[in-house]
Design a binder for this molecule. Sequence first.
Ligand SMILES: Cc1cc2nc3c(=O)[nH]c(=O)nc-3n(C[C@H](O)[C@H](O)[C@H](O)COP(=O)(O)OP(=O)(O)OC[C@H]3O[C@@H](n4cnc5c(N)ncnc54)[C@H](O)[C@@H]3O)c2cc1C
Length: 453
Amino acid sequence: MSERTATVVIVGGGFGGLAAAKALRKTPARVFLIDRTNHHLFQPLLYQVATSVLTPEQIGSPLRGILRNQKNATVILGEVKGVDKESRRVIVDSADREGVPLSYDYLVLATGASHSYFGHNEFEKYAPGLKSLPDAVAIKSKILAAFEQAEAEDDPSRHKELLTFVLVGAGPTGVELAAAIAVLVRSSLKSEFRRIDPTSARIVLVDMANRVLGPFSEKLSADAKTRLEELGVEVLLGHGVDQIDENGVIVAGERITAKTVIWTAGVTPSPAGKWLGVETDRAGRVRVGKDVSVPGHPEVFVVGDTASFEQDGKPLPGVAQVAMQQGRYVGKSIHRRLVGRSPLPPFRYWDKGNMAVVGKGFAVLESGKVRLSGLLAWLVWGAVHLQFLAQRNLRMAVFLQWVWTGVTGQRGSRLIVSRPLASEDEPHLASGSNATTNRPLPANQPALSGDGR
Ligand SMILES: Cc1cc2nc3c(=O)[nH]c(=O)nc-3n(C[C@H](O)[C@H](O)[C@H](O)COP(=O)(O)OP(=O)(O)OC[C@H]3O[C@@H](n4cnc5c(N)ncnc54)[C@H](O)[C@@H]3O)c2cc1C
């Protein structure tokens, strides 16, 4: 390396990118962390924002704040659009500038994943996914608005459709969210409505697999399914969703009419593989070597959900621990190269286990030979999640909120702050139309609220 200070560019301030940046804190290099949002997001608790237990601020931390004491790190709010690996530059769009090149000596791509509708992108309009804070806030608004709309609806025959919630995908996100909606209706909402009974809500969890929580052992999957059913969630397994539209879903040829459908199925990696023009796996994740670098480009690393790393003949899963361990490893590798130390041994993932929560007081936990379900697993789940929140103040805020919600049933944020009645083509009540059918209100019937803005 020449005498000038080396530049390390990290794209993505999620679990992988942030771990890499922190591992470079004592490195004689300029570290640029670029993210299209200004915050690090603790995705495992997104479902709690979507069900109004926590507020967005409780699971997201400004990247600038997290790295404020790391003098060699500069945070850039911008969206990377491509990489020119020959001239070693990333191309960034920021607020008012497009295609700005930023040179690097080392590049770490940690750009995560987004939803995959398995080729049915038309489903997205009716079935939003849960990946970001805006997604969680939109889903929360959609869920709460469905109850509001049912309460305001004079025709009781429409209540069933309004209070049916379908979740497509019974992996950890689907299971956690379905259980959390069930808890929401049976606790906080239960006594607050006069014309509807929130506990009559129908919550349906659909998956084409034959069990929920595929990555877990069969016993824990079965425990989770039993728990979901105790909470009143209908679990439909072994059937894919044939259709999702404005009226709900069609599963195994049968229509489930539902106002709210949420996509909790697949994910697809970021386009890092396309930017680099390198080999990817079938899912589109960049195949990386034993040191997590891109073959033929020892200065480019790809970590986390957007990387494909094989260990013992199997690809590593897309979980936070993999991203953090790879990010840390890559940060340390770059450090050692820059200070002239010998390279690290090949990367090896240490699997500490899997957890999923199924409503209040119940989780499943698998770690090595340990398999637990129930209250103890839930306590461990709580402790581990608190520990991994990015900042100490968030740990305290989330802990206090959990205790408060547990004791009083009161939630962090029940405000509907995005578009009240969700879909673009449905004028809401205040605009003078019936909210879901676009039938005009009778002339003598006033709009129920607001001034239509
Ligand atoms: C709802 C949900 C629940 C989950 N629950 C768990 C769980 O309980 N346990 C677990 O281990 N894992 C869980 N995961 C998975 C875990 O969150 C991911 O595996 C992990 O976040 C991957 O880390 P990453 O660094 O690869 O990507 P991310 O953490 O997703 O970070 C990617 C970052 O890159 C930024 N970015 C993307 N593209 C660009 C671009 N072009 N330019 C600039 N910035 C960009 C994004 O804004 C983001 O900040 C969950 C995921 C979701 C969505």
